[in-house]
Design a protein around this ligand. Sequence first.
Ligand SMILES: *Cc1c(COP(=O)(O)O)cnc(C)c1O
Length: 230
Amino acid sequence: MNDPDGAQVTLSSPQRFAAVEAEIARACADARRERSSVSLIAVSKTYEVSEIAPVIAAGQHQFGENRVQEAKGKWPALLADQSDLVLHLIGPLQSNKAKEAVALFDAIHSVDRPSICEALSKEIGKQQRRPLLFVQLNTGEEPQKAGIAPADADQFIKRCREGYGLEIAGLMCIPPLEDAPAPHFALTSKIAARNGLKLLSMGMSADFAVAIQFGATHVRVGSAIFGARG
Ligand SMILES: *Cc1c(COP(=O)(O)O)cnc(C)c1O
């Protein structure tokens, strides 16, 4: 955004949060969906507690982190002040971090292999905590990206449920950077529907409005709220 002199105007994170909220409201109205059918996850990875606190004060309750270790360092202090915050793990999970992940997070968006299913199943039983679980799809079949290939999704979801007794709530996807996101969102939505899954974690800063058109229930928005990551 430019001021009349042509200088860059830097918005604060609460101002950017308000703009994202307004765009979500508009996208919901366009798609004839209730605003309450879409959860905004503010992705706070790489940002310090001091940068997250103003967004909490502005009324945001759900946050996403991509590393268990980083989240463990930042969130206990914030949760001590405000216990109704909801934390989402949106990045890859290692089996040896499942215990800490189940203890800290209310949702895990990156269930993508049997070893994780096994570790989660064990910890959920032990800790009596039930994080919302999403299976991550690799809709672009990118070799460097985590997630289950679309062709293997039905079988993997079945295995999560029957083999590991996990209740799967939904699907998550991250479309390839260079692709139009819509076909990836449509495919994710189709696979969710045929497996009886109600939740769709899809849409980031650049494409959350498109994701809402395709039925996203959880949008994961980082830089549009917190600013570009260093
Ligand atoms: C970082 C990240 C986001 C947020 O990305 P932005 O482009 O900053 O909105 C969303 N989802 C995942 C899995 C991420 O790692």
